[in-house]
Design a protein around this ligand. Sequence first.
Ligand code: 26Y
Length: 804
Amino acid sequence: MFFDTKESFKQAFVETLRSNYGKSIEQATDVEKFLTLASLVKAHANSNVYKTNTYLEKQAAKKMYYFSLEFLLGRLLTNNLMNLGLYKVVQEGLADFGIDLNTLEDIESDAGLGNGGLGRLAACFLDSLATLHLPGNGNTIRYQYGLFKQLITNNEQVEVPDQWLRYGNAWETRHPDEAVKVKFYGDVRITMNYETGRLNFEHVNAQEVLAVPYDMPVVGADTKCTNVLRMWSAEASDNFPADQDFIKYLNSINKICLNVYPDDSTVEGKYIRIKQEYFFIAAGLGSIVREHLKQNPNLDNFAEKVCIQLNDTHPAMSVAELMRIFLDEYNYEWDKAWSIVSKVFAYTNHTVMQEALEKWPVEYIRTLLPRVYTIIEEINRRFRETVYNQSHDRDLVERTAIIQDNQVKMAHLSIVGSFSVNGVAKLHSKILVEDLFRDFFNLMPEKFNNKTNGITQRRWLLYSNPELTNLLEKTIGPEFKHDFTQIEKLEQYIDDKKLQEAFLKVKYQRKLALCRFLKDNYQIEVDPNSIFDTQAKRLHAYKRQLLNILHVIYLYQRIKQYPTFTMPKTTFLFGAKAAPAYVLAKKIIKLINCVAEKVDNDPVASKFIKVVFIPNYRVTVAEYLMNASDVSEQISTAGKEASGTGNMKFMMNGAITLGTLDGANVEISERVGLENCEIFGLKANEIENMRSTYSSVDYYKQDARIKQAVDSLLDGTFSSVQDDFIDIYNDLIIRNDEYFVLADFAAYVKAHEHINALYSDRSAWARLCLLNIAKSAYFSSDRTILDYVRDVWHIKAIDNSKLK
Ligand code: 26Y
């Protein structure tokens, strides 16, 4: 039911509650109220989807599709209400009924369909696309469970299912009539068509799975343009051989969409992952091709109408699958098909870590996808030939091959099959062309480009930090809310003492909000007058949460040893999930929690420091955490963090970056000035040069502070369990500290001391924070999206006035 005023909302709310649940406001539960409200908002959004699609059909417009195994959307109610301009109407309407909108907002679970940065980036991109009224839709899996919910029990991470669908997903619409059939296993039957002289390839004896789409509207801010996130769910197909065990079949189908990144350390796990990857791209491509053919006589102009962004290599099989569709279903010749298909895909790399570069055994792909495999083989054969003809260098042919050593290299398939390859920050893109993909860069330099990441300032500033937004609006006017480049105007006011004071007040209010959140949800008490020093991101050795906690241990030891020791009171906040099978990462979580406990129980140490590990870090936690922080810990080993996007969220909310020259920190420090952030440690090239000669033991022996902190891992200070942290100790000392934690330790201590000195001058500190905010325009995902549009996607913005 449509509404746009308080009164029409109230009427719609009461009537819908009655028709959906047969209840009055007094009788309905909070969950029913939330679902009713969401259904009204969804109806609003879907009517805009209709307007958007009708317009796009008329224009025969080119569309971009973002193929990603992850979309970390978080909650959507506030975001959608704000973007639709309905927040106030709803808030006031509900208040008339005695209902607090915040209570309903808190009922929604995070849509946690992903694991980290890559997934949140995808969500920010969707928000910017719709807001800039650009035709860009998402394509992913409708997972039954999110990554996992993290509990901390006895200081350790415990994983329990993340039941994000418990109350249903209020935003989705199921479209069973738009299902696509996806085939696994079976054989390839090759027959000769004597009329055309062509060979026909058919995938036979396959196991068929039905991919059913669920669409979620993606609402832009202040525009009717509304895109769609299409999530695919696997269901049983009617086409099932009667002689087979159907329970087995159902079980195998259920596993496809069961959860995010099933453990791939077993053979079965690997099969499920490959199934997931093929499932969502085959379904996505099937529906895109079908749409295209509704409006076009054939696929000849497919690349003019469709562009597909591959979010890392997880959707890389798209290249081969689209070739299959062209060859087998629409009888294209290879060369013509390839000339079109190779103009459709663009690939973004998000990591240089070797273990995250996907390689699948040939046998697995051949077994699961026999026809697609033969196409990958042919792409590989032709590419090897091209490289050889171009270079006459057999080593180069081997190094760049798609299939090599009985493995399919998904990054190579993505590069060969895409017209654009990009990294996600300047330094990262440089490392791609100079190191990781150097051979490819030499062969095809025109494909490579950089697109520095960004974040949506709507979720991460305007909506989650209303206090700062008001202050900014009072200072520079409201324009920055629509055009974030205007935030630069703030720079002229950063010396204004009144503004500085007002900023500190806002920061204090945000700290109080975080304190309340921690108290209500986790019974954790934090002093809002302390420095909030935060590291929030996935737990990984290269991100070096270990460096952070070793520094806290060092502080603890100083406090215990020197009665005169003093420092500004600091709360060290951590938020991090570790992959369930990542033993070292889980130990580091335990260490952080054990240090937290030790400090809490120490009357002297707890006067100066507090360590907080916030369980189950997710988008909703980040919305409280980022804007309450003073110091943003971005301390990865230089050269390892592709970009980071948390760093941008902190900066935009007035926190100072304490970081290495890695990922987007480089660009943050360039924009804000080296003197206005705290950069420390070895640089990427220095790390590379040191790699062969580095000896962590030397640092351990030569720096008494390091020795004392590291020794405490073994002497029972933080755990009464014998050898509890020996893995961490061994990693640093026996396995030579792969991520140079000890090499950067001294510089890190100094950086903290410098930060403390800066913080003590409150006016100078506030000035720094304001300058950081003023310089954050570049890190808006609106800017990133416009860069992609200009260089890669070439899609056109919708004329908003025509969406009626
Ligand atoms: C191995 C495979 C299953 C896999 C799964 C997930 C490999 C990688 C990933 C996720 C990678 C990821 O999230 N990368 C992050 O992407 C962000 C957005 O570009 C970057 O800001 C961040 O530095 C990078 O770590």
